[in-house]
Design a protein around this ligand. Structure first.
Ligand code: DAH
Length: 339
């Protein structure tokens, strides 16, 4: 090649590189400066060039080589920038990270507070570590009662325990206030249960308490039933009803277990209500006079009702959740379905 041929070839190669994309630039690198490339061959052929022409020839080839190499290198860095450019392209649709949703148990507790709020109930709170008096004694539960057993309850020594129910918040509320009292108390409760599809050692309840003065404002079981019926309709749908079954709790007399009509089969019988048409959701009753005495109320001057719902139970039937453990695993595939 003569010097002018090199000059021309160099101009052609740079023009070729100028219009190449990143992949084509790599092919051109091989073509010009690769091991068997055109420029590489010229460098190898230098020894055959007459001595006097060699310096000028050598300079021309080296300059061509560096110009081609620089142009090709520029291509690949443009390509890299191009990739970053895609991320920085503000016209592209954004990445959607998704909104969080409230946990089913939180929803049930908040909705319950809202429903009872309409009826004049406020929310009361109490500690998860309770003493024997609030959790048992004041609730008329004697020391030999099975719920006080070490096998059923998490005790810290002789007096303190993880509360087994939200009922002690009734005691705290009555000791700190005078009637009328209208509160609900949502919270965590603990029992030494082995975990399975329907049991957990740590679960949630919502306590309710209404106490008013006698003789002007007597409270009756019929009041309790109408309030719970209102709650059932608000929570489970307009067709829902409640029924009471006689039961025993130490802190209420009379005591009942409360069933909601099955919202799935509307009472016809299905797998969820075990063909009965009813689902047990709460315990309730008229506050026992002995409980009033323990908190310093005169049982002749007050009357009231109390109830305690299982939050997991309501969440499971409301949202059709078959296994209580799903509520604690924090699997987004499960939780996000309620979004
Ligand atoms: N504390 C009871 C339990 O854990 C539930 C309960 C029943 C609460 C009757 C009440 C009530 O307030 O009146 O099983």
């Amino acid at each position: 090649m003569t010097l002018s041929e090199i000059e021309k070839a160099r101009a052609d190669s740079l023009a070729e590189i100028a219009v190449a994309d990143a992949a084509a630039a790599e092919a051109l690198r091989v073509k010009y400066i690769g091991r068997n490339g055109i420029i590489t061959a010229l460098i190898k052929a230098m020894k055959d060039v007459p001595k006097e022409e060699r310096p000028a020839f050598g300079r021309a080839v080296q300059e061509w080589k560096s110009a081609a190499a620089a142009a090709i290198a520029g291509k690949s860095s443009v390509a890299a920038q191009g990739d970053r450019g895609v991320e920085a392209d503000l016209t592209l649709p954004g990445r959607w990270f998704g909104l969080g949703v409230k946990h089913p148990l939180t929803r049930v507790m908040e909705e319950t507070a809202e429903i009872f709020g309409r009826l004049g109930f406020s929310v009361a709170d109490g500690p998860e570590i309770e003493n024997r008096f609030n959790n048992f004694t004041a609730l008329n539960t004697p020391p030999h009662h099975p719920s006080q057993d070490r096998a059923d309850t998490f005790w810290f020594g002789d007096d303190l325990l993880l509360r087994t129910q939200t009922s002690p918040v009734q005691i705290r509320t009555m000791m700190a206030n005078k009637p009328p009292i209208r509160v609900i108390c949502p919270g965590r409760t603990f029992r030494r249960d082995t975990t399975d599809a329907t049991h957990s050692a740590n679960f949630h309840q919502i306590e309710g308490l209404y106490v008013d003065t006698l003789p002007d404002k007597p409270v009756s079981l019929a009041d309790l039933k109408s309030v719970l019926a209102y709650f059932a309709k608000s929570m489970m749908g307009a067709g829902a009803t409640v029924r009471f079954r006689p039961h025993f709790f130490p802190f209420t007399e009379p005591s009942v277990e409360v069933d909601f009509s099955c919202h799935l089969c509307k009472g016809a019988g299905c797998a969820v209500c075990k063909q009965s048409g009813w689902i047990e959701v709460a315990g309730a009753g008229m506050v026992d006079p002995r409980v009033f005495k323990h908190v310093g109320y005169d049982p002749e001057k007050v009357s009231g009702y109390a109830f305690g719902f299982g939050v997991e139970r309501i969440a499971m039937i409301k949202y059709g959740i078959p296994d209580i453990r799903w509520l604690y695993e924090n699997d987004v595939r499960f939780l996000s379905q309620l979004g």
